[in-house]
Design a protein around this ligand. Structure first.
Ligand code: AMP
Ligand code: MG
Length: 406
């Protein structure tokens, strides 16, 4: 048996990104840049006005109010070639338009009488005011986004601003999903006596999508050697394989043996966590193989704690673990020392503090509390439980956008 932390380290040391590709910027949101990207030109490419107003020479505007002759007009998109601010004059200019020769300040229209032939400046003028200087945002050749950056709208905006329609990103791993067990029937069929619907394939597929990878459903391996061989052989062709069930010590638990027969190298079996203990991890060449317990709660929790960080690393992310924060328990939580206990909780904020309440029955067979949980509390292996008012470490479960009531 390995500890929770050992299991995570072994997994994260074993997995790597699965290659890179160039994709259109429109598809790049949420993907991770695979190269440093340098500015091909200065941003902005010319000095320009930060306001709608008048381009002036500050030395002409020493008295307030001050009157200047308007000799030109520069709308956005215009070129400033051949236009200059002569002594005692101003050029009407719009935001973003290139500043003309001689201009060393822009006076916002709100600080003038808005004159067309002549303009009166009503406020004192400071040299350099309301100018955007060439390269003040990014100078040509400067790296403005680094490899490993997750692409958000600001990155998209900047890449687009530099004309980069195609961007280098890490490829999305294809994740094979295989369920095992004679009791399973696929979604769409009515289960007969003793049968249950193969819900794990669907929830794993959902979790794989949520992590940003591509699920490939392999189906069900029946509890025979032949069926396992056939399905596992197909599964290991993907970038990642996740199996569910058949990994405990029961008579029909064939997954680990058949994986070994195929040539996968087991890195660990059994982790010091509850639920989710009988998890196994192996490498088939460079393909990580996660054998998760079949109980739907255990499958989801072990995906969350072990598979998700691995997928995020394979996608090129540098930070792969959810942030842990402290919450105060509303009620005591019982636990025996020895294993990390994973507790499904709900969170509330009161006077700036987070409070955690158990989401309900914590038995592994109870799916309802998984649905109700907003977060997971991690009780350390050595702890003998926690009392009401104790601090516990928690992390969100799933993509919670906002937990605060409206
Ligand atoms: P096992 O690891 O094969 O003993 O399975 C543990 C428990 O999880 C049993 O109650 C199974 O019926 C259940 N289970 C296994 N596979 C699935 C699945 N694909 N979907 C839903 N429940 C499953
Ligand atoms: Mg089984």
């Amino acid at each position: 048996m390995v500890t929770f932390d050992e299991a995570r380290s072994i997994i994260l040391e074993s997995v790597q990104p699965v290659g890179t590709e160039r994709i259109h910027l429109l598809e790049a949101t949420g993907r991770v840049l695979a190269e440093d990207v340098a500015a091909p030109w200065d941003m902005p490419l010319w000095d320009n006005s930060a306001m709608d107003g008048y381009a002036v020479r500050a030395e002409d505007c020493l008295s307030t109010p001050c009157r200047l002759r308007v000799t030109g007009f520069l709308p956005a998109g215009a070129r400033a070639d051949g236009i200059a601010v002569e002594a005692g004059c101003a050029v009407r200019i719009m935001t973003g338009a290139p500043t003309p020769d001689g201009c060393d300040a822009v006076v916002p229209v709100e600080e003038t009488d808005d004159g067309q032939q002549e303009v009166t400046l009503l406020e004192p003028v400071k040299k350099g005011q309301h100018l955007r200087l060439r390269a003040e945002d990014v100078a040509a050749g400067t790296v403005f986004v680094r490899s490993g950056t997750r692409i958000r709208p600001p990155e998209v905006n900047m890449l687009a601003g530099f004309g980069m329609a195609l961007v280098p990103v890490f490829r999305r791993p294809v994740v094979a999903i295989l369920s095992t067990g004679d009791e399973l029937v696929e979604l769409g069929r009515t289960p007969g006596p003793g049968e249950i619907i193969n819900s794990n394939t669907l929830s794993l597929s959902s979790a794989v999508l949520e992590a940003g990878c591509i699920p490939r459903i392999i189906g069900i391996a029946r509890d025979t050697r032949e069926s396992h061989l056939e399905k596992l052989r197909e599964g290991v062709k993907a970038d990642v394989l996740i199996t569910s069930a058949g990994v405990s010590a029961g008579d029909c638990d064939l997954v680990r043996d058949i994986l070994e027969e195929l040539g996968a190298k087991q890195k660990f079996w059994k982790v010091g966590i509850k639920p989710g203990g009988p998890t196994a991890f192996a490498m088939y060449g460079s393909t990580p193989v996660f054998s998760l317990p079949g109980n739907p709660v255990s499958t989801m929790i072990t995906f969350e704690e072990f598979v998700r960080p691995a997928l995020l690393k394979m996608l090129g992310n540098t930070g792969v673990l959810r942030s842990l924060f402290t919450a105060l328990l509303r009620e005591p939580l019982k636990k025996k020392p020895g294993k990390v206990q994973i507790v499904r909780v709900r969170l509330e904020k009161e006077n700036g503090c987070w409070y955690a309440t158990s989401a309900g029955n914590q038995q592994t067979a109870i799916l309802r509390t998984m649905v109700d949980a907003q977060a997971i509390a991690l009780l350390p292996a050595e702890s003998c439980g926690a009392a009401a008012g104790d601090e516990v470490l928690v992390h969100y479960y799933g993509n919670h956008i906002e937990l605060e009531p409206q």
